[in-house]
Design a protein around this ligand. Structure first.
Ligand SMILES: *[C@@H]1O[C@H](CO)[C@@H](O)[C@H](O)[C@H]1NC(C)=O
Ligand SMILES: *[C@@H]1O[C@H](CO)[C@@H](O)[C@H](O)[C@H]1NC(C)=O
Ligand SMILES: *[C@@H]1O[C@H](CO)[C@@H](O)[C@H](O)[C@H]1NC(C)=O
Ligand SMILES: *[C@@H]1O[C@H](CO)[C@@H](O)[C@H](O)[C@H]1NC(C)=O
Length: 379
């Protein structure tokens, strides 16, 4: 027994956590992905050490593209013969969106100084599938622009200055990225009709409980990933579609989870609530006893005890709480006498973080007896 305990406590931080990403297999995947949305990498407008220009008058000059094989290629963009459906206008110091040719399916406008999205440039662009407007200065989007693009699947507008979710988006959308704006308003019906949306990213905005109604997310029947991390929510969001796979709510002010909150979810596998204000009082003991859950992150809260979880859970993050004791007999999802020759009955927990609590090694024997698949435990 002693050897076993020593072995387990010797295993230190062993990070198995890759980016959690789930996607439905898609037949018509676009052939090119947009470049990452960092500040311009090719022509670098702000020279090293220079501050980001704040005033339009400070913006560096527009960079013109090379003369193109395509007569309709806007002079401030690049069009490559190998990708006739792509229009590359990223990193060109643009202030204004150029007229988009009708052959465009993939539109790259990220990392510019665009402040408004108006209808005119898109009048002929009715076949666009993918628009990347990330990292601009957009504060206004005309209502009609995107609604007139019936084939639009991916719309990326993260890192801009939007104060509300744009209205009139097309029903065809599958991914909508609005992270890192200043959004504090979701107009009613903003997401209605979007039955094909699988990913909604509202990370790092200014949403509070009052901005999310019972019906805000109701019509998102296909939603798989919802990111509301880094907002100012005090409550769990209402009416979240129950086919969701991934729910991220890190860095809010949530102190309470209703007992039946997760009842009815059929595929929920990844839940993150790191950096909230959860204590034992606000956490019904079995609220996370969800049989589909694989990864649960509750780091940096105020929990004093380990919540119950199902035998299917694989990763559990409980570091930086106020846990003083861990009793393997109490948290074991099955009885300690379970016949371990039947592997399907053995709890699946592989990774457990408990550092930053009031616990000292060694790991209690009953924890090791219960969780036989535990690869690494950080205490
Ligand atoms: C839209 O396309 C038509 C036909 O291809 C063309 O004649 C017209 O000039 C285009 N309009 C704009 C604004 O580019
Ligand atoms: C939603 O997706 C289905 C299946 O891919 C497709 O047939 C349907 O047209 C899409 N709906 C909209 C509004 O684009
Ligand atoms: C957890 O859920 C399982 C099956 O869904 C159930 O059998 C079990 O009693 C639950 N445990 C607790 C402590 O609620
Ligand atoms: C753990 O919990 C079980 C059942 O509640 C109890 O019998 C046992 O004494 C506890 N172990 C410790 C070390 O407190």
């Amino acid at each position: 027994m002693k050897a076993g305990v020593g072995l387990f406590s010797a295993l230190a931080l062993f990070l198995l956590m890759g980016a959690v990403f789930t996607q439905r297999p898609r037949p018509k995947k676009p052939t090119r992905r947009p470049a990452t949305t960092r500040r311009p990498s090719v022509p670098q407008p702000p020279a090293p050490g220079q501050p980001e220009p704040q005033e339009p008058t400070d913006y560096p000059p527009v960079i013109l593209g090379m003369s193109s094989f395509f007569p309709d290629c806007p002079k401030e963009c690049t069009c490559t013969p190998n990708y006739p459906n792509a229009l590359n206008c990223e990193n060109h110091n643009l202030r204004v969106i150029p007229v988009i040719p009708s052959r465009t399916h993939y539109l790259y406008l990220q990392n510019n100084f665009i402040s408004e999205v108006t209808a005119e440039p898109f009048l002929n662009a009715t076949d666009v599938r993918w628009i990347n407007l990330a990292n601009n200065r957009i504060h206004r989007i005309d209502k009609q622009v995107f609604g007139k693009i019936p084939s639009l699947l991916y719309l990326y507008i993260q890192r801009n200055q939007l104060k509300e979710v744009p209205s009139g988006l097309p029903a065809s959308l599958e991914q909508l990225r609005l992270a890192r704006n200043r959004i504090s308003k979701i107009p009613s019906g903003a997401f209605s009709k979007m039955g094909n949306l699988t990913l909604l990213d509202l990370y790092h905005n200014q949403l509070s409980d009052n901005d999310l109604g019972k019906n805000t997310f109701k019509d998102l029947k296909s939603l798989m990933q919802l990111n509301l991390a880094r907002n100012v929510l005090k409550k769990m969001p209402d009416g979240v579609p129950n086919g969701l796979i991934q729910l991220f709510l890190d860095r809010n002010l949530i102190d309470d989870i209703p007992r039946d909150y997760f009842k009815g979810f059929t595929h929920l596998a990844f839940v993150r609530l790191n950096y909230n204000q959860l204590s034992d009082k606000g956490l019904p003991k079995a609220v996370f006893n969800i049989s589909t859950l694989l990864d649960l992150q509750l780091s940096h809260n105020q929990l004093a005890s380990v919540p119950l979880f199902s035998s299917h859970l694989e990763h559990l993050h409980l570091d930086h709480n106020s846990i003083e004791v861990i009793n393997g007999t109490q948290i074991c999802p099955c009885s300690l006498d379970t016949d371990t020759s039947d592997q399907s009955l053995v709890p699946k927990l592989r990774y457990l973080r408990l550092d930053g609590n009031h616990l000292n090694p060694p790991i209690p024997v009953d924890v090791i007896m219960c969780f036989r698949h535990l690869h690494s435990i950080v205490i």
